[in-house]
Design a protein around this ligand. Structure first.
Ligand SMILES: NC(=O)C1=CN([C@@H]2O[C@H](COP(=O)(O)OP(=O)(O)OC[C@H]3O[C@@H](n4cnc5c(N)ncnc54)[C@H](O)[C@@H]3O)[C@@H](O)[C@H]2O)C=CC1
Ligand SMILES: O=C(O)C(=O)COP(=O)(O)O
Length: 531
């Protein structure tokens, strides 16, 4: 059945066309995002959701989204999505980090000019036939200092354009390296210095717990008299009430706001103040940007739903379509290795180590690790997937480490997974043969060669005669067909293991019968998702 996607915000119809062209069933309901009850009612039908900023993807919506696999944000900011809840539920969250960055940077520059020359008020006055030539005295941008808070993609473009306008640019961004700042021709400063020196301040940070209220009442009070403040990033970054007071007192000379703490904004302390230019979240509103983001988000969602390729995800490592093809069997192997250990382990896991050797060590290890961890967690929670597993593991305090080397010898590559609990350490190794089939090649340090089937039986015993006969006889008596049988024993002697690949789940009484023989140390039925 074709995957189904809901577009719940006003995206360009290009997105709808792309979904259709790619064979995806799409519902274009651009007003449903604003109606949270309706959205909760229908979201359960969809595998994918394409949104802008109007749709709020809350935990409640995610609870109702029982089939959802991916949320695609046609734009940059994802503060309207409960990403923690999405990750826990295994839903990938993607955005389109570059599609509207130029457009938004241009809007910030436009705001700066509008505020510097009071363009909206001068225009309204002229329209009204007033010709108030002496009322609208402006300031030049040339030679002024621009303080950029957040010098990422949009902030970086703003810096570039501002330098073209002959402004001095100072930037505050803890993740901006000195080398990058030098390359951009900006001075890297701390926030105290920025607010003390800037004639114009523009914000380009995401809204997070760290950035909320970054221009607080106290910070705003430290700004230079006559400063002009531009916010085309997110409402909630600036204390609007405090700014309104500073505008009224004349300390702040002007402000340009595209975003507000409450949106849609019908009331705001900044409204009706002179020299405050407001736009209704138009930062990304150009035909070019809207085409870009619609096209990108539709391609990304389609790629994921149809091929497993992941790009621009915020809660999952990227996997290209090419990688998805080459890595597919290895991702499956990592999952099976994890699942084997998960099914063998009844006590809490303290640490997971994954060794990647040979060809596999050159692959996208993050994705492989997510798959292995998901395999482990699946035995306790079948809903876990590659997105949610690392989050759940972290919540439980499980330490995950990886190592890689290139000396695999007989195999082109292999993965060895070790899990540590308070009582013991368990490990299993596997590889993928040229036929593309994942196999287990080492359990407890004992070499084997076992194909992986949906139903298996794992036994351990003292290495002594009669075991194979007992297994074969018991299975036969109970009508369990053995498709494959793999044995191994430790080189030092003493311990032996068997892995049986059986046609159906081994019933509990059969397990009991084997245990009652007293010939086995351990008898475990195992299931693997080999589909
Ligand atoms: N008005 C509009 O329509 C639009 C608004 N936006 C907003 O602009 C924001 C920025 O977008 P991009 O530049 O593309 O994101 P980005 O991720 O490329 O850049 C954000 C920068 O902020 C920095 N940063 C993070 N925490 C910080 C902190 N506490 N203090 C200082 N800097 C910090 C990061 O290091 C990064 O360099 C988005 O998150 C979104 O909220 C984006 C597009 C359109
Ligand atoms: O991309 C972003 O972060 C934006 O804020 C753009 O928002 P919008 O898609 O215009 O609702």
């Amino acid at each position: 059945m074709a995957p189904k996607v809901l577009v719940s915000d006003k995206l360009s119809e290009t997105a709808v066309q792309i979904f259709r062209d790619r064979g995806i069933d799409v519902d274009f309901l651009p007003d449903v995002g604003k109606d949270k009850d309706k959205l909760a009612e229908i979201i359960g039908q969809y595998d994918g959701l394409a949104i802008r900023s109007a749709t709020k993807v809350t935990e409640k919506i995610l609870d109702a989204a029982t089939n959802l696999k991916v949320i695609g944000r046609a734009g940059i900011g994802t503060d309207n999505i409960d990403k923690d809840a999405a990750s826990k539920k295994g839903v990938i969250v993607m955005n389109t980090p570059f599609g509207n960055m130029i457009t938004t940077a241009e809007h910030a520059i436009a705001m700066m000019f509008a505020v510097a020359r009071q363009l909206p008020e001068a225009s309204a006055s002229t329209h009204a036939g007033k010709w108030e030539k002496s009322k609208f005295m402006g300031v030049e941008l040339t030679g002024k200092t621009l303080g950029v808070i957040g010098a990422g993609n949009i902030g970086g473009i703003v810096c570039d354009r501002a330098r073209g306008l002959k402004m001095k640019v100072v930037a505050y961004d803890p993740f901006l390296s000195q080398e990058k700042a030098d390359k951009m021709g900006v001075e890297k400063v701390d926030l105290d210095t920025l607010v003390a020196r800037a004639d114009f301040i523009t914000l380009h940070v995401p809204l997070t717990d760290q950035t909320r209220n970054i221009l607080s009442a106290e910070r705003l009070a430290q700004t230079k008299k006559g400063v002009r403040i531009i916010n085309c990033a997110r409402g909630g970054l600036v204390d609007e009430a405090a700014l309104a007071e500073l505008l009224k007192s004349g300390h702040v000379a002007g402000a340009g706001f595209d975003v507000f703490s409450q949106e849609p904004a019908t009331e705001n302390p900044l409204f009706d103040l002179p020299n405050v230019v407001c736009t209704p979240h138009l930062g990304a509103a150009t035909t070019e940007a809207q085409e870009n983001v619609a096209l990108q988000v539709a391609e990304q969602i389609s790629d994921y739903l149809l091929t497993g390729a992941v790009s621009n995800a915020l809660n999952m490592p990227s996997v290209t379509a090419e990688e998805a093809k080459v890595m597919g069997p290895w991702i499956k192997l990592a999952g099976h290795l994890g699942n084997f250990i998960g099914q063998m382990t009844d006590e809490p896991i303290k640490a997971i180590n994954i060794l990647y050797d040979g060809v596999v060590s050159q692959m996208n290890l993050e994705a492989l690790t997510c798959s292995a961890v998901a395999g482990i967690m699946k035995s306790v929670n079948p809903e876990v997937n590659m997105v949610s597993a690392p989050v759940i593991a972290k919540e439980r305090g499980v330490k995950i480490s990886t190592t890689h080397q290139d000396k695999s010898g007989v195999f082109e590559g292999y993965i060895k997974l070790t899990v540590v609990t308070a009582e013991r350490e368990r490990s299993i190794g596997g590889t993928v043969f040229s036929d593309g089939k994942p196999r287990f090649i080492q359990i407890k340090g004992i070499n084997i060669d076992a194909e992986i089937g949906a139903h298996m039986l794992y036994t351990t015993n003292e290495d002594e005669p009669g075991i194979i006969g007992m297994l074969g006889q018991t299975m036969g008596q109970n009508g369990v067909n053995i498709a494959n049988f793999t044995l191994g024993r430790s080189q030092a002697g003493g311990e032996a293991i068997a892995l049986l690949y059986v046609d159906a789940e081994v019933p509990a009484p059969v397990i009991k019968q084997l245990e009652d023989t007293g010939m086995f140390k351990q008898v475990r039925p195992l299931q693997f998702d080999v589909a």
